[in-house]
Design a protein around this ligand. Structure first.
Ligand code: NDP
Ligand code: MG
Length: 392
């Protein structure tokens, strides 16, 4: 039996992972499931999958979790220390599907004990790619991409020489506002930004899709994961979300990955890798679909892409700054403190302000340095937003 743990089990990726695992209960020995506020879901899944331990990140919810697990024999734990302890429990395969930079530490702990890490949590690669990939190397552990575009690239590269890659093209649906007039974007509401045309995902990544911050993060993720230079990585708006990525080789060939917009494709690929196994996903009828369309992303509509390029070119801690500023701006947008377009302004301001500090940007990639940079960028983002609020 394979020992598996799922971090962020109650979220969209976590639930899709559980869907696959629950179909073959005899094959998996579930070690740890972690969640946040959704105690009922966490407890129900822990009982259904007979997990060893269920952990909520919120220390204040321990009693609720204990009550929900009463009589099941499943251990309940809560808070940051418990998350770390659970992440360090030996497992063969771990799904990293917490949202935000909070996913970094548990991911590192899983790699330190040699687990194969299925990485949905793109924030940990953007924040500390060198640290995450370095830790994997040091412990002989494997990181597998779960983001659909990166899984697509990974699959297109099987048996290929990375040196023969001329370019990597990751596609973007264009998000909720791809056809909105620009002047309306400033007034876009949280509810409007939280509805994705093709994918059913958590709220934060859905809003990031509308602003293209999701694709911006994915550019950095591509650079960190595959080690391909920034100028070889492109984005292409593809409203149908059926081609997930394309890899261009030095003989002019383009290998595309085509599939239904269902995250169980990428999760299942990472779960069964290096094999392919049957998955319960829709088979595309291309004759019925008829046509696939593509267009270049509009740089004015999507400033996040330019900001990601600036961060990649600068390197070092810029990814950590980019991610922390983006997470803080996204919180503020969700809470109604700033407008939709202000998110990019905040990220740009913070990147510009902190870029001049070369000691900060070039600091060694330790967890302490990354954490400090993350905190500093969050504080700067708050300051920037205060200044904007005072002006208006
Ligand atoms: P969700 O918001 O649906 O789920 C997030 C999960 O993380 C939940 O289990 C949540 O718990 C938990 N969580 C939230 N905050 C914390 C915290 N501070 N500490 C520990 N756990 C926390 O997100 P998604 O499933 O959509 O996304 C998860 C990750 O996967 C993100 O990094 C996202 O970018 C990435 N991803 C997602 C895709 C998708 O299709 N959804 C596609 C590609 C990548 P609770 O809900 O119980 O509070
Ligand atoms: Mg993606």
């Amino acid at each position: 039996m394979r020992r598996v743990s799922i971090f962020g089990a109650t979220g969209s990726i976590g639930q899709n992972t559980i869907d696959l695992i629950a179909r073959a209960p005899d094959e998996y020995d579930v070690v740890a499931l972690t969640g946040g506020q959704n105690i009922a879901q966490l407890a129900a899944d822990a009982i259904r999958l007979q997990a060893d331990v269920a952990v909520t990140a919120d220390a204040a919810r321990l009693d609720d979790l204990r009550a929900a697990l009463a009589g099941s024999g499943i251990e309940a734990a809560a808070g940051a220390g418990a998350m770390e302890e659970a992440a360090g429990r030996p497992a063969d395969w771990v799904m990293s599907a917490i949202v935000g930079a909070a996913g970094l530490k548990p991911g590192l702990s899983a790699l330190e004990q040699g687990a194969t890490l299925a990485l949905a949590n793109k924030e940990s690669l953007v924040t500390a790619g060198a640290l995450l990939m370095g830790t994997a190397k040091q412990h002989g552990a494997t990181v597998l991409p779960v983001d659909s575009e990166h899984s697509a690239v990974f699959q297109a590269l099987v048996g290929e020489d990375i040196n023969a890659v001329e370019r990597i093209i990751i596609t973007a649906s264009g998000g909720a506002f791809r056809d909105w007039p620009m002047e309306q974007l400033a007034r876009a509401t949280v509810a409007e930004a939280s509805s994705h045309p093709n994918w059913d995902m958590g709220q934060r990544i859905t809003i990031d899709s509308a602003s293209m911050f999701n694709k911006a993060m994915e550019l950095i993720e591509t650079n960190e994961f595959f080690g391909v230079a920034p100028d070889k990585i492109e984005t292409l708006v593809h409203p149908e979300s059926l081609v997930h990525a394309l890899v261009g080789f030095n003989d002019g060939a383009l290998m595309a990955h085509v599939g239904a917009p269902d995250m169980r494709h990428a999760i299942g690929y990472a779960l069964h890798w290096p094999q392919r196994r049957e998955l319960p996903v829709e088979r595309l009828d291309l004759a019925r679909i008829g046509q696939l369309t593509f267009r270049a992303p509009d740089p004015e509509r999507y400033p996040a892409l330019r900001l990601a390029r600036a961060a990649m070119e600068q390197g070092g801690m810029s990814g950590a700054i980019f991610n922390a500023a983006k997470e803080t701006a996204l919180d503020a947008f969700i809470e109604g403190r700033i407008g939709f377009l202000d998110m990019a302004h905040v990220v740009e301001d913070v990147l510009t302000q902190l870029s001049s500090d070369s000691g900060l940007i070039r600091a060694a990639f330790t967890l302490d340095n990354v954490t400090q940079t993350d905190h500093l960028a969050r504080a700067k983002a708050q300051e920037t937003m205060m200044a904007v609020a005072t002006r208006s």
